[in-house]
Ligand binder design. Sequence first.
Ligand code: FES
Length: 206
Amino acid sequence: MDYSEKVLDHFMNPRNIGKITNADVEATEGSPACGDQVTYYLKINEETLTIEDIKFLSYGCASNIATASITSELVKGKTLEEASNFTWKQIVESLDGLPSVKIHCSVLAVDALKSAVKKYQIEKGLRAAEPFNEKTVMQEMRSIIHSGAGDDIVTLNMVKSIEYQDGILTINLNISEKDVHKCTVVSEIKEHLSRFEEVKELNVRA
Ligand code: FES
């Protein structure tokens, strides 16, 4: 696999690796696509709402470790707001790119960081827990990467419509019959959405 020097450096010498035992918040995200996962531990200054310390543990591939490492460097010392504004595309750019089949690894790391920030903000009453609706689903769809194109299925206009009513969620996709990644995309959607207890029935039409 063709990795940039930066990816190899962060993989071989990961920054901020480990666990913070008295962390203010921690969050884990797993990838349905490969079964890997990453956990972030954060120490947060309650007055300035900045990330004073950050560590991570990765049970993933080289891209996962490199992305988690560079993300930890980029957000250390930043406010929670600034940290949650980072996108996986910015992180991939800061690593001088990743092969398209490895993009989902960076999404995983960035999602874990955002989950930790969100969890802290909700616990401290800095933001309200969001109700589950079509917007939540669209947000999840942005974490699903089409490995051939190396981009998320929302950006690729593959999500035609989302309907949610009385626990029944229907997602209509705009994806070619001949697309070799179609089955992977559909099964990723199912695995992502099955985490939500609000979804009693899920239909993905491709
Ligand atoms: Fe699983 Fe990279 S995180 S393949």
